[in-house]
Write a protein that binds this ligand. Sequence first.
Ligand SMILES: [Ca+2]
Ligand SMILES: [Ca+2]
Ligand SMILES: [Ca+2]
Length: 494
Amino acid sequence: MKEEDETCSEQDEEEEDELFSMPQATIVKPLMSPRKRTIQLPEQPYGKKRYYLHRQAVAKSIIYLILLISLLIGMAFLSLQLIKVLTEKNVLNGSHGDQGTDDVKIIGCTEFEVEEVWSHTLHQLLTETAFRLNDVNQDGTPDVIMGFATGADRYFAEPILCDLYFDGFHPCLGGLLALDGKTGDELWRHYTEHEVFAVNCNVDIDSDGVRDCLGGGRAGVFHAVSGATGALLWRFDEHEAKVDISNLYTPQFIRDMNGDGVQDVLAMHGGDPLRDPGKPVEKIGRLIFFSGFTGDILQWVQVPDKLESYYSPQVLLYNLIGDATYQTKIERYIDVWLPGNSILYTPKGLAFRHYWGSLRYSSSTAFLALVAAENGINPTPYRQFAKDQLGYILGDTGRSFVCGFGENPPVYPHHRSSSCPDLPELCTWDDFRSPDPNPQILYGALVGGPDENDDYEDIRPDYFKNEVTLDYNAGMQSAVAGLLHLVVTDQMPL
Ligand SMILES: [Ca+2]
Ligand SMILES: [Ca+2]
Ligand SMILES: [Ca+2]
């Protein structure tokens, strides 16, 4: 047996040598680099040496892989730390170092620790509202106020729905509710005729020390509710301003207009969700001023364009309230755009914010400057800034950046339909690649604009410099209208 074992062992060794031995030709050009081949290996048969080198290469590959992974993890960690540092230094929120501090401090996501405190399931209810925080039980912890709908809500709902699904409790289709911020327990619930999706809890209407809530929603629902109890304070009842199926969007508290000591309310009531596309507008949007204290309608008007409206009204707070805080914020933004401050100026005078659509930033800020000036905020420098920026856009440097207007306007805007031939000819990518100017002139469209060196090339594929969009034109056109106003009123800077 011993002799047989020795024989087998010798055979195995020979087979192993054959397995790991390489043809002589491969020895001339091994896989390992020359320097590596100089490593002193222990004395052993040539085949085992090759096997050793192979294992060493695999091991090194694994080490390199580990180093690469470590490097990537390290870079990710450094990036997070950098974001954290920038956040702490208040850089990412738009303040500009020595331009002054901002009231808002952005906290990086890494600063938050998430811990589940409570959860609350809303049986039979749906919600689309933004939650509002309001300490309605006065325990020092903000509570959660939200609007809701019940699954039974619909236009022209029959009262029997409440009988069937809510034990005859009327109304039943929507409402507001308050959840205790500490426990998640329901503090109160207030039902309305339809879904509530627009909530504002910013003013104490009944002077009991707790801010009260306005809830607007589907089909003319609009209730003012006591924050403390959920009881109805007033509601939007039948009125010539009320449209049966139009919604009410997030109401805004405004100053006390009727002098009763309580802030009043502005709300948008508009839209015809049942109107078929293409049908004429019959339910024109309305802006309604309510008495905050009683809910009486103080004034209402149809929207100027006589169309529907699905937006919450926004209030120009400085103009309305005249609060110096808003003036400071306006100045903080616009001042950095004036010459000599932190916004870069191109050699030819464009206030340059970003390479993608550079003219939209300057023209929109020009419009804001004109509005601020119109409200008495730094009118001389702000109007001059707006005039200079619009002058750059409209041709002061020898070319216009508005299609179909002025000297040497863009003729290759990055714009789909104006790149197409007249119907019924098909429009294809060949039209996009065509060396010819756009077949259609897109009159009045502002293109993206030049880079920080005033370099601009009128070529169709360059969407950084030659794209046209609605938001580019919104600011520019408004600024042009503002300058025309200055001409008409003889206030245009020289
Ligand atoms: Ca509370
Ligand atoms: Ca109250
Ligand atoms: Ca009032």
